[in-house]
Design a protein around this ligand. Structure first.
Ligand SMILES: *Cc1c(COP(=O)(O)O)cnc(C)c1O
Length: 402
């Protein structure tokens, strides 16, 4: 395959294997090389500044671009239907890079009041002293978003389904609201993946992923990506990658490339496994509530049906004394690992008490706290269902729950 043209027409599973990758023209290698060199032979007269040399080849220095990382960038752009993509060392580097490039002093951000904790901690912690204004709102409530948007709002930032409570946001409707007011929409689609949802096709301007989760898929590498329009991505490469400096290592790019090839297969297994585990828990004694976008009992199941082609592999459940149960499960589960992170081939589970998260990250009160508690009560077990046999997972949980 020597040009990308025909690949645009191919279906997702074919793109996941082939997009961005072609046999090495020198060695004929069919698989991708890991190019570890941090610098590349330059033509005399090549600019030394990121201001004038950004974009694709020729590669000059691996913080700017690298051949192995570039293959991953091309593949991810094609999976998201984006003109371009730029990779980062972590998901947080992608999130902070996007926020810091888009927003400056006296600009305003509308951000989901429940999102990846690190992102909200960054906004609450650093934005006030940088003079960046923000309003954290419940982004499942379109009226609340409409009220929050101001003339100086530059960016609306959402996550759907949101980490950790699995509350959804309507991408198409929010894109319209943002654009009417001249703001851009960024969607952290880590929980959905391009197999479930392609936010750019629904009107979003940027899509972000933590590649450490489903896209890498094996819990063995950190990474992040921003995908979007060509000119925006060139700007992100300059400001967010080259200048902020969180470049993805070629070793990790190679691992993640290997992971992406099986993304559609894995997502099918994650979703059917999660549906079986969610259904099992919903019927089990001692379980107060289960939330999974694929269950009709999810408060926004209708929206999930509209904008998710795959309900992904994450569910939450609640019990009476969460902390005591967390201790019990950490000790008694034999397949699930009791730990953070998600989207790995291996099943993971972690307890998130509401009070702790409010104090450390979300700081919600009134209606916003009430909406959080609607989804999470006093605390949730976030379960990332892996690709093991779901019968074994249900048996493991059944035994450990006691
Ligand atoms: C994990 C995660 C991030 C941060 O990604 P890292 O790779 O851990 O830096 C951002 N957003 C969401 C939704 C995540 O789950």
């Amino acid at each position: 395959m020597d040009t990308d043209e025909p690949l645009w027409k191919h279906r997702l599973a074919t793109k996941a294997v082939h997009a961005g990758q072609s046999p090495d023209p020198v060695t004929g290698a069919s698989g991708p090389n890991i190019v570890t060199s941090n610098s590349f032979i330059a033509r005399p007269g090549t600019s030394f500044s990121a201001e004038t040399t950004v974009g694709d080849a020729p590669h000059l220095y691996s913080r700017w671009s690298n051949p192995t990382v570039a293959q991953l960038e091309k593949k991810l752009a094609m999976l998201e239907g984006a003109e371009g993509a730029v990779c980062f060392s972590t998901g947080m580097a992608a999130c902070s890079g996007l926020l810091l490039r888009t927003l400056g002093r006296s600009d305003h951000l509308v951000i989901s009041d429940v999102a990846y904790a690190g992102v909200l901690e960054l906004v609450y912690g650093m934005f006030p002293r940088m003079g960046i204004e923000f309003t954290a709102v419940n982004t499942s409530d379109l009226e609340a978003i409409k009220k929050a948007i101001r003339p100086n709002t530059r960016l609306v930032y959402i996550e759907t389904p949101s980490n950790p409570i699995l509350r959804l946001a309507d991408i198409t409707a929010i894109a319209e609201l943002a654009h009417v007011m001249g703001a851009k929409l960024a969607v952290d689609s880590t929980f959905s993946t391009p197999v479930a949802t392609r936010p750019l096709e629904m009107g979003a301007d940027f899509v972000i992923h933590s590649l450490s989760k489903y896209i890498g898929g094996h819990g063995d590498a950190l990474g992040g990506v921003i995908a979007g329009r060509g000119a925006e991505i060139v700007g992100m490469r300059k400001d967010s990658l080259i200048h902020l400096g969180g470049a993805l290592s070629p070793f990790n790019a190679w691992l993640i490339l290997r992971g992406v090839a099986t993304l559609p297969l894995r997502m099918a297994a994650h979703a059917s496994g999660a549906m079986q585990v969610a259904t099992f828990l919903q019927e089990r004694r001692g379980i107060r509530r289960v939330i999974y976008p694929g269950l009709v009992s999810h408060p926004q199941h209708q929206l999930a049906k509209q904008q998710m082609k795959n309900y992904s592999g994450i569910l939450t459940f609640q019990v009476d004394d969460g902390l005591a149960m967390a201790r019990k499960l950490a000790e008694r589960l034999s397949i699930f690992h009791y730990t953070v992170s998600l989207g790995h081939h291996r099943s993971l589970l972690f307890y998130l008490p509401t009070i702790d998260l409010m104090a450390s990250s979300f700081h919600l009160e009134g209606n916003q706290l009430a909406s959080y508690r609607d989804f999470a009560g006093d605390g949730i077990f976030r379960v990332s269902v892996g690709i093991e046999d779901p019968d074994d997972l249900c048996e493991d949980l059944d035994r450990a729950l006691g």
